[in-house]
Design a protein around this ligand. Sequence first.
Ligand SMILES: [Zn+2]
Length: 133
Amino acid sequence: MGRPRDKIRLAAMERGDSTYMGNPCYKGHSGKRYTCGGHCYECQQIKGPALAAEYRKTPAWKAYQKEYRAKYGKDPKNKERLREIQVRWYVKKYYNGDMEHYLHVQEDKAERRAEKAAHEAEVDFRRQLRKNR
Ligand SMILES: [Zn+2]
C-alpha cells in the first residue's frame, strides 16, 4: 500500500491544500491535481466551460430559456430586470463595460431622434399649410 503520489496527496490534504502536484495526466498536463478526487486540474478547467457551452447548444436548454423568459418576463418588475441584464450584457460586449459611455450614446441618439421627429413634424405642418391655402 501507499503509492508515492498518494503520499503527496495525503500530505496536501493534511495541509488543507485544494490542489497538489501529482503525475502528469494522459493529456500531458502539468500534473497539478485536485486533492479531493485526484482529477487533473487543467482538464477540469477546460471541461467545465466546454461542457457548459455544449449544454447551451441543446434544444433542452433553449426550451428552458424560452419558458423561463415567458414565465418570468410576465411580471413588469421582472421585465425591467431582464432588460437591465440585457443592457448590462450589451454594454459589456460593445462598450467595454463603460456604462457612462453607453448612456451618453443613448442620450445622443434620443436627442437626434427627437430632432428628426420635430423636423418631420414641421415639414408635415408646412405641407398641410400649403395644401390648405
Ligand atoms: Zn489534464
